[in-house]
Design a binder for this molecule. Structure first.
Ligand SMILES: Nc1ncnc2c1ncn2[C@@H]1O[C@H](COP(=O)(O)OP(=O)(O)O)[C@@H](O)[C@H]1O
Ligand SMILES: [Mg+2]
Length: 420
């Protein structure tokens, strides 16, 4: 059997067989983008499926004739890169009909455009590389000017434009007055740290001041950094306060997702009647993680064409084996207290401050536990919600369960899931 693995695909999910659910989310976001001043802040944990939803919305609106500009800011190194990306995305969507306007308004930004054969004969901006070194205040102003340019384009063309800024928290992170060195900035991001201490100027505040005057452009800001977004939304002076509705992209409903998984297996000639729920239980609520486990299950099921619990556990082991080197490197950076806490979280999930739990895992008193949990949260290894602590990555948890709990005399199966 050489059927293609239907769970593979590391990028965004593409509408069709690769994509399931999210009708409601797509409808809501599309409606916002079509509404003047209907700005929205889309949040959701990493790997949940935000980008996939946003791209699907963009494609549907563009196909229906509504111009929508989508930019992913995650990999931008400077604010000026964001300006270039915005101009490029705008040219791609508007280019054919709005060429003159774009070139003309772009001039004020000192952005020239040229027709690129490499980009399929479309108009692309030619950035002045020197702007990438411009002082931060100037770069922030150029971003605001670029957004104003989009408003002017839409106004003059008597139309409404949607702009989606994915991973928009990078505006705030890169737009402070003391941009971190590239390396430490990447480190901070890998660690999931929010904002930069000492960055007094809020770039998002400047963006907000501009776009709240816009009547022809509606914005969707999307991001996973919950703490930063909370801060930007805060009533006492948050840059996004009252600007737009907050909208969360949560897990795909379990039953629906489970049925979809079973259908994909069936299309590959694999019988997996109730494997869907088992896979979701083990991989947790994030769309990407569920697909990762399902993909490996499908590979292991090829010879027999059937899935059972033993095979799912085997697949879990296989994913953990692939990632083990990364997890080991990560683990070596932690303090002993942090390591012991992760052991406890993997097995127990809650009640870490209880006396018998502290004794069992060698944990210090409550205040030190809290401090260590803060550090683990900053590193994006764990997530905290009220009293529950959970691993961000279910495969990291599985690695701790199988490789590190024996150190404290616990031998749990890889399928062990702590009960809340
Ligand atoms: N609606 C969906 N149906 C099926 N798979 C999806 C769906 N949404 C996301 N995925 C899968 O999950 C992974 C993560 O999605 P992505 O949109 O990049 O999440 P986020 O932007 O929240 O980090 C993608 O690789 C994609 O394959
Ligand atoms: Mg994304």
């Amino acid at each position: 059997m050489i059927a293609v693995n239907r769970f593979a695909g590391g990028g965004v999910a593409v509408l069709g067989e690769d994509f399931t659910d999210r009708d409601l989310e797509r409808e809501e976001i599309a409606r916002s983008l079509n509404t003047p001043r209907g700005h929205m802040v889309v949040t959701g944990l990493r790997r949940m499926g935000k980008t996939s939803v946003l791209i699907a919305v963009r494609d549907a609106l563009v196909a229906a004739g509504t111009p929508v500009v989508y930019v992913d800011l995650w990999t931008a190194s400077t604010i000026e890169d964001m300006v270039t990306r915005l101009a490029a995305a705008a040219a791609a969507v508007l280019g054919r009909t709005w060429t003159d306007f774009l070139v003309e308004t772009g001039k004020r930004l000192q952005l020239s455009f040229e027709v690129s054969e490499a980009a399929g004969g479309t108009l692309v901006p030619v950035p002045k590389v020197s702007f990438r070194d411009a002082p931060m205040a100037a770069q922030r102003q150029r971003l605001v000017d670029a957004l104003d340019m989009l408003e002017e384009l839409a106004k003059r063309h008597k139309t409404h434009l949607g702009v989606i800024l994915d991973e928009f928290q990078e505006i705030e992170r890169l737009g402070g007055d003391q941009p971190a060195q590239a390396a430490s900035s990447a480190q901070a991001r890998a660690n999931g740290q929010t904002g930069r201490a000492g960055a007094k100027v809020s770039a998002m505040r400047q963006v907000r001041a501009a776009i709240q005057l816009h009547r022809h452009v509606t914005y969707v800001f999307a991001g996973s950094d919950r703490r930063l977004i909370d801060r930007l939304h805060a009533e006492d002076g948050g840059a996004l306060h009252n600007l737009g509705r907050r909208y969360d992209i949560g897990p795909i409903p379990t039953q629906h997702f489970a049925e979809w998984i079973v259908e994909q297996f069936a299309a590959m000639g694999i019988a997996a009647s109730d494997a869907g729920t088992a896979i979701i239980t083990l991989a947790g609520p994030r769309t990407r993680d569920v697909r990762t486990l399902a993909e490996t299950v499908a590979e292991l099921a090829r010879p027999t064409g059937a899935v059972n619990e033993v095979l799912i556990a085997k697949a879990m082991h296989a994913v953990v084996r692939q990632r083990k080197t990364t997890y080991e490197a990560d683990w070596k950076q932690l303090t002993t207290v942090q390591q012991n806490i992760l052991r406890a979280v993997a097995a127990e999930g809650t009640g870490l401050a209880r006396k018998e739990i502290r004794r069992k895992y060698g944990l210090p008193e409550a205040s030190s536990i809290t401090k260590a949990l803060d550090a683990l949260t900053d590193r994006a290894i764990v997530l905290r919600d009220d009293r529950v602590v959970a691993f961000d990555d279910p495969f990291y948890r599985a690695w701790v369960l199988t490789a590190l709990l024996p150190d404290v005399g616990l031998h749990l199966p890889i399928t062990h899931v702590p009960q809340p």
